[in-house]
Design a protein around this ligand. Structure first.
Ligand code: HEC
Length: 69
């Protein structure tokens, strides 16, 4: 039997901190608090921020130097 639509689970029911599968050990579930690697999240967001910063600086430089022939 398939559960009715109103009882359907959303992704975040399982893929979240305090999700319904939080206590299941031995598997990796993306989004779960116990599966986070804090340093890796920090490293990833740092790289993303640096990429954005580099793009903005480069674009700004091109705008500023555009008039020089
Ligand atoms: C009933 C709980 C549950 C729900 C609801 C759920 N997931 Fe998952 N999901 C899991 C579990 C458990 C795993 C890990 C499976 C494994 O390691 O074999 C997983 C794994 C994944 C993965 C990683 C797959 C991989 O190859 O490692 C992705 C991406 C994912 N889910 C996306 C979603 C999306 C998008 C939704 C909503 C449409 C969703 N999940 C809804 C329980 C759930």
């Amino acid at each position: 039997m398939v559960a009715p639509a109103k009882d359907a689970l959303g992704c975040r029911d399982c893929h979240a901190a305090e999700g319904r599968l939080e206590k299941v050990t031995g598997i990796y579930i993306p989004g779960r608090a116990s599966d986070h690697a804090g340093w890796l999240d920090t490293a990833g967001w740092t790289l993303a921020a640096l990429t954005l910063l580099g793009t903005l600086v480069h674009g700004f430089g091109r705008i500023v130097l555009r008039k020089r022939k």
